[in-house]
Design a protein around this ligand. Structure first.
Ligand code: NDP
Length: 468
């Protein structure tokens, strides 16, 4: 079992780039910056390892994934501490670092266990046809900084299960978390089945243009996703693009505001709002508007924010200065646009760390930038509506569609609204809950391709039809 310091000693390059703790500004570790030659080496090694890995078959590969999950569980405390220090999320309380590490082992095990038999398409007097799923080859996995370990596992576990080998390019903001995770996974996996190349956007670009890569799993912003799609064109690498979102929640007039306030809060503020499928704009019916605002303030006031290593905190800092500035500027625009700040909106600028206080802004119009743009931080805009048709229209008005939610005590009414929302997932009376058994992906400019479940396995495989 490793300590956090053991992990750092194993992955740190003393002459590399310093990675700073977003809560304190202290150095967490130093990271090697990969060159194109490092990337070529990693892709060549992964390509060389792929036939033997594929040749093991599903059962043996699944055993390896369970051993990798054992390794994660055996090093869970060290991984959670490393993640907290680099990413900022609190170690223990709420859906934070320990939860993310737990998600890694859960997704590894679930990906190992899904049954995937050939599908019989035709079996009658005219003939027989079946479709089976075979490895693609080498998968390039490019990830963001918000849930760096869990998103890496989402990309890697299904790919490995299907007999591909993987080269991971972590975000330049959170490379140590991914290096630490891969170090632990590789204690269980055969050599070169999983490689990691830390580096900046240029390494991501080189990976997505690389002739030795057959599929790119990308999670990040819509803009970078579009660049990845262009880069992948020449080699026709397959793509799964999980991109940004600006998820709407629609609160119907029949809710009990106090009963839903806790779930509304965590739907929006999980990981200090830095979550692709977090609730990012809330539409509340006028009959319950004041009561929902009041109940949300009541819950939010109880949620301590601070250094993730201090046990009392449930919310951490923003991960980087760029994201802090985006959130701060959007809240200022909301104030200028007539928003009523119910809570927060007044960051202390003389403290270390990228802490932006939990912020709720009411009475905004739908075109205010805090509503129309993805804030990716702890600032939730609340918009009042009187006709549910208007709420649906506003929810669907943007060009992204990752998640959405409907809040109601009437299941049929909620289902009616859910079926009209343009999103890859619509939750009822919750927001952002993901499950390894349930496929997840976006519509519109939130990307395409599914992760998780059997559909997720199929999306990292080639189909082969056998017909006779
Ligand atoms: P970015 O799109 O900036 O970066 C994502 C990854 O792409 C990083 O590893 C980045 O490297 C890399 N990259 C940058 N340029 C290129 C390029 N030209 N070609 C290939 N790769 C490149 O996203 P963020 O890390 O800033 O994450 C925040 C965004 O991601 C938010 O908009 C959020 O909504 C979205 N997101 C979506 C999720 C989903 O599941 N749909 C989940 C999480 C986040 P580097 O960091 O080194 O520049």
């Amino acid at each position: 079992m490793n300590t956090c310091q053991d992990l750092l000693s194993a992955i740190t390059d003393p002459s590399g780039r310093e990675i700073l703790d977003p809560a304190t500004g202290e150095v967490v570790g130093t990271v090697h910056e990969s060159t194109t030659a490092d990337l070529d080496d990693a892709v060549a090694a992964a390509r060389a390892a792929q036939p033997d890995w594929a040749g093991l078959g599903h059962e043996k590969r699944s055993e390896y994934l369970h051993k990798a999950a054992d390794a994660v569980e055996g090093n869970a405390e060290a991984l959670a501490e490393l993640l907290s220090r680099e990413q900022g999320k609190p170690v223990k309380n709420g859906p934070n670092a320990a939860f993310e590490v737990g998600g890694c082992s859960a997704w590894l095990r679930a990906s190992a266990d899904f049954p995937l038999e050939p599908e019989v398409l035709v079996d009658d007097e005219s003939g027989y046809a079946e479709m089976e799923y075979v490895p693609l080859g080498v998968v390039g996995a490019i990830g963001p900084w918000n849930w760096p370990m869990m998103i890496t596992v989402w990309q890697v576990a299904a790919s490995l299960r299907m007999g591909n080998t993987v080269v991971v390019k972590p975000s330049e903001y959170t490379p140590l978390s991914v290096l630490g995770l891969v170090h632990v996974l590789n204690q269980a996996l055969p050599e070169d089945v999983l490689r990691v190349v830390p580096g900046g956007g240029e390494v991501g670009k080189a990976l997505s243009t690389h002739s030795g890569v057959d599929k790119i799993m990308f999670t990040g912003s819509t803009r970078t996703g579009q660049a990845v799609m262009r880069s992948a064109a020449d080699g026709l690498a397959r793509l799964t693009l999980e991109l940004g979102g600006n998820d709407a929640g629609v609160v119907l007039p029949d809710v009990d505001p106090r009963a839903i306030a806790g779930d509304l809060f965590w739907g929006a503020f999980i990981n200090t709002g830095q979550t692709c499928a977090a609730l990012k704009r809330l539409y509340v019916h006028e009959d319950v508007y004041d009561a929902v605002c009041e109940a949300l303030v009541g819950v939010a006031q109880q949620m301590p924010m601070g250094n993730g290593l201090e046990e009392k905190n449930v919310l951490g800092p923003l991960q980087n200065k760029q994201q802090y500035d985006i959130v701060a500027n959007l809240v200022e625009e909301a104030k200028r646009g007539g928003g009523r700040v119910l809570l927060g909106g007044d960051p202390e600028t003389d403290q270390p760390g990228y802490f932006y206080p939990t912020t709720l802004v009411a009475d905004l119009s739908d075109d205010n930038p805090l509503v129309a743009e993805e804030q990716f931080g702890p600032a939730l805009p609340i918009v009042k509506y009187s006709d549910v048709e208007d709420a649906i229209r506003m929810a669907n008005a943007l060009d992204v569609g990752l998640g959405a939610s409907v809040w109601s005590s009437d299941r049929d009414a909620a289902m009616d609204v859910a079926r009209r929302l343009e999103a890859g997932t619509v939750w009822i009376n919750k927001h952002g809950a993901v499950d390894p058994r349930i496929p997840f992906g976006g519509v519109k400019k939130s990307g395409f391709g599914l992760e998780f479940g059997v559909e997720g396995l199929k999306s990292v495989a080639a189909s082969r039809v056998i017909s006779r």
